[in-house]
Design a binder for this molecule. Structure first.
Ligand code: UD1
Length: 376
């Protein structure tokens, strides 16, 4: 079986790590195509080196742009690559512009598409990721769902037959790196200046267009973070830095201490050292949950609804609309006393993904052979 993985943005590199390792333990050929959607070393290179992912076989170098320009640039650059490679499967990850472009390029060339992290829904059509994931699910041949909830969404959309429960590959990588961090195998993370890892602090990220792009909203969220009673280590995505500069908003205010994005092991170590997380990232909500830290999510909804149970994760659409006291109580609340279950699986999802792709390849081969026999 020949599989081409198409990745481009930071969260996809995290998911690629366990998948590449699982394929490396088989006879299958696994080709990695990096679209170049993320190109900063902090968002890309450190994930390859830090997670032991083989270098990409092909780099498309598309870079940033409007949604249409970025998606179109990936399509244009990817078409000849897929045509030359003729893989058995094109494996796309998550919900970025690289995901939908990879899926479209493949289906238009009659190549089979498998979608990792299928079936997630926010039901918020303002999110570019929601269009990307819905459209990718509906054109893919094999839908690899991380959770039972995702399976339900796919069934509701008439996609049950193509859907399989694979579990969440982020558990595989998160738990592996957690164990390595706890065993002292990674250097201490480069937290922002002014954050003492030995004293309580909150770890924060913010990058969604709905939070960063409107100056009033961004200013209000940063002000709310600055008013929290604990130091806030804000690991700033380049979009956040760019938007703050554009609108003249000072990120380093009050409790906030700004630093650069961390490599994956640094992020895991940072979450483990923290008293809790404040974020609008999908992945970080789940990493906080897996690492037993409370999370406060600055969004009106989440795709990872399982994290909300027992208050491990709490949604706060507009922190600045709460009283400062209520907001502080929420963000620095203590962890629930009841341990949570394992709705995302036990850390064996990548192996399951390979098995499911093998099974789907065999299933697809049967009608072809039957048809050939009938012809003879
Ligand atoms: C993308 C994904 C989002 C994911 C996020 C993880 C889409 C629609 N969104 O959002 O789902 O959660 O990645 O980080 O695909 N930039 C740089 N250097 C880089 C990359 C980006 O400076 O290496 C800046 C550019 O100004 C760019 C902006 O960040 O315009 C946004 O980058 P883009 O890739 O369009 O989307 P993200 O916000 O990163």
């Amino acid at each position: 079986m020949k599989v081409i993985s198409i990745v481009g943005a930071r969260p996809q590199l995290v998911k690629l790590a366990p998948i590449a390792a699982a394929f490396a333990r088989t006879e299958h050929q696994h080709v990695i195509v990096h679209t170049g959607q993320h190109y900063d070393a902090d968002l890309s290179d450190v994930f390859f080196s830090g997670l032991g992912i083989p270098d990409p076989d092909v780099h498309l170098g598309v870079g940033s742009g409007s949604h249409g320009a970025q998606t179109g640039a990936v399509l244009t650059a990817l078409d000849p690559v897929l045509e030359a490679e003729q893989p058995d499967w094109v494996l796309v990850y998550g919900d970025t512009n690289s995901t939908i472009a990879g899926a479209l390029s493949a289906v238009k060339q009659h190549l089979k598409v498998a979608h990792l992290e299928a079936g997630l829904r926010s039901f918020n059509r303002r999110m570019p990721e929601e269009h990307n994931r819905v459209l990718t699910d509906h054109c893919a041949d094999l839908l690899l769902a991380p959770t039972a909830e995702a399976m339900r969404h796919l069934a509701n959309e008439g996609l049950a037959e193509r859907s399989r429960l694979a579990g969440d590959v982020m558990v595989d990588i998160c738990l592996r790196i957690r164990d390595a961090v706890l065993a002292g195998e990674h250097p201490a993370p480069a937290l922002p200046d002014g954050i003492d890892p030995g004293a309580p602090f909150l770890l924060a990220t913010l990058h969604r267009p709905d939070n960063t792009d409107a100056p009033d909203r961004l200013a209000a969220i940063i002000k709310a973070l600055g008013e929290l009673p604990l130091p806030v280590a804000l690991l700033a995505h380049p979009r956040l830095v760019a938007k703050a500069q554009l609108h003249g908003i000072e990120l380093n205010q009050g409790s906030v201490r700004v630093g650069r994005p961390l490599p994956y092991a640094g992020l895991v170590a940072g979450v483990l050292a923290s008293a809790g997380v404040v974020t609008d990232s999908g992945g970080l909500q789940k990493e906080a949950y897996l690492l037993d830290r409370v999370c406060t999510t600055i969004r009106p909804e989440t795709e990872w609804v399982e994290t909300l149970e027992d208050g491990w994760n709490h949604l706060v659409p507009d922190p600045h609309e709460l009283s400062p006291q209520k907001w502080a109580e929420l963000a620095v609340r203590s962890a629930p006393t009841t341990p949570h279950g394992a709705p995302y699986g036990e850390g064996t999802a990548a192996r399951r993904v390979v098995e499911l792709m093998e099974q789907a390849t065999q299933r697809a081969a049967v009608p072809a052979q039957t048809a050939k026999a009938a012809h003879v």
